[in-house]
Design a protein around this ligand. Structure first.
Ligand code: C2O
Length: 355
């Protein structure tokens, strides 16, 4: 009976092997002959605080620019390069990683691996940036698009806008060619639809709508672990069966909103998973998603992480700042305290939306 219904048999995902990668987008990472080393919790790292992009100071912005400048200068063949990391994201989401004994490729989106996989991906991205500038305290900023408050301490860097640090033209290493002009001030982000150009003058209803969407996805619609994290997904199952409350909107809408609708491949880069992580903004976007996971856990009730052993024991592999392949289990990344970083406290106005 098991042979007829392979889906009833559950197991955790073993670390994928690059030699079993097949990608139409050319996303397969170079085959590595050495097996991955198991991830060790970073007991020797200082505590780091990821700050809101609209609240960082000039000294931080200088470091941030330097780090991406150095990352961009690495050859594409270097696993620490922005290009190689974007390819890795593509491989994990493009149905590219196959397993010898499973009919289905691995898919880390639209299911319960969405939060932990992206936390791992950002963790190594941040370690690479930190090592390139020789500053172990360096962190990614978070793009605070859920915060609809009209004034921010840095003048024109209103939280719901994309911070100006991302927009200045070259030689700014944070600049990305393919972005939506409507994602620039004075236009507003629409967390609900992800398309269109909304002017400040029609802001009131959009701001209310954004707050209500956040309330639904974080509070009223996300009262249990499985609502928030998405569908159960075990080894040998078909993936992508349904994301948690944040994954479609606001996560997906922010992606699409940021991509260029007039690119040759519409909505490149941020709006398409195969190239999204080429844009440095990807990592600030996902830092906010990662922060919202933590905010959700702190809201009480039944809002706790999943405890299914197949989930906890599933493993993924990444290149670290020393170009070593590392395997990480989901269990290892559920506590930010263990990873020794946290988020700057900011207002989450959507928690009590005015009707
Ligand atoms: Cu892996 Cu925001 O997508």
């Amino acid at each position: 009976l098991f042979a007829l219904c392979p889906q009833v048999e559950g197991a955790p995902f073993p670390p994928p092997q690059f030699r079993n990668c097949r990608s139409l987008d050319g996303c397969c990472p170079p085959v590595n002959r050495k097996p991955p080393v198991p991830f060790q919790l970073p007991t020797n790292l200082p505590w780091r605080t990821r700050r809101a992009a609209q609240l960082v100071d000039a000294a931080y912005i200088a470091k941030y620019h330097r780090a991406y400048g150095l990352m961009r200068a690495l050859p594409n063949s270097d696993p620490r390069s922005l290009y190689a990391q974007a390819r890795m994201h593509c491989a994990y989401c493009g149905g590219a990683f196959y397993f010898p004994n499973s009919a289905y490729p691995l898919e880390i989106h639209d299911g319960w691996f969405f939060f932990p996989w992206h936390r791992m991906f950002l963790y190594f991205h941040e370690r690479i940036l930190a090592s390139l500038i020789g500053d172990p305290t360096f962190t990614l900023p978070f793009w605070n698009w859920d915060n609809q408050s009209p004034i921010a301490p840095l003048g024109n860097l209103v939280p719901r806008y994309m911070s100006e640090a991302y927009w200045n033209r070259r030689p700014n290493p944070l600049y990305n060619r393919n972005r939506n002009r409507c994602a620039l001030p004075p236009f507003l982000i629409d967390l609900n639809s992800g398309v269109g150009c909304v002017r400040m003058s029609s802001a009131r209803s959009i701001l209310t709508e954004n707050n209500r969407l956040m309330y639904t996805q974080m509070v009223s619609g996300a009262t249990t672990p499985s609502l928030f994290h998405g569908s159960t997904y075990r080894f040998r199952w078909m993936g992508g069966m349904g994301g948690g409350t944040l994954e479609g909107a606001p996560h997906g809408t922010v992606h699409i909103f940021t991509g260029n609708p007039y690119a040759k491949n519409p909505y490149d880069d941020m709006g398409n998973l195969n190239v999204a992580a080429l844009d440095p903004l990807f990592y600030a976007h996902h830092a906010n998603i990662d922060r919202l996971w933590e905010v959700w856990k702190g809201m009480g009730g039944r809002r706790r992480d999943l405890t299914d052993p197949d989930y906890l024991r599933s493993q993924f592999i990444f290149y670290d700042e020393n170009k070593r392949l590392v395997s990480v289990s989901v269990r290892q990344v559920l506590s930010l305290r263990n990873l020794r970083y946290g988020y700057q406290r900011v207002a989450n106005p959507w928690m009590n939306p005015r009707a």
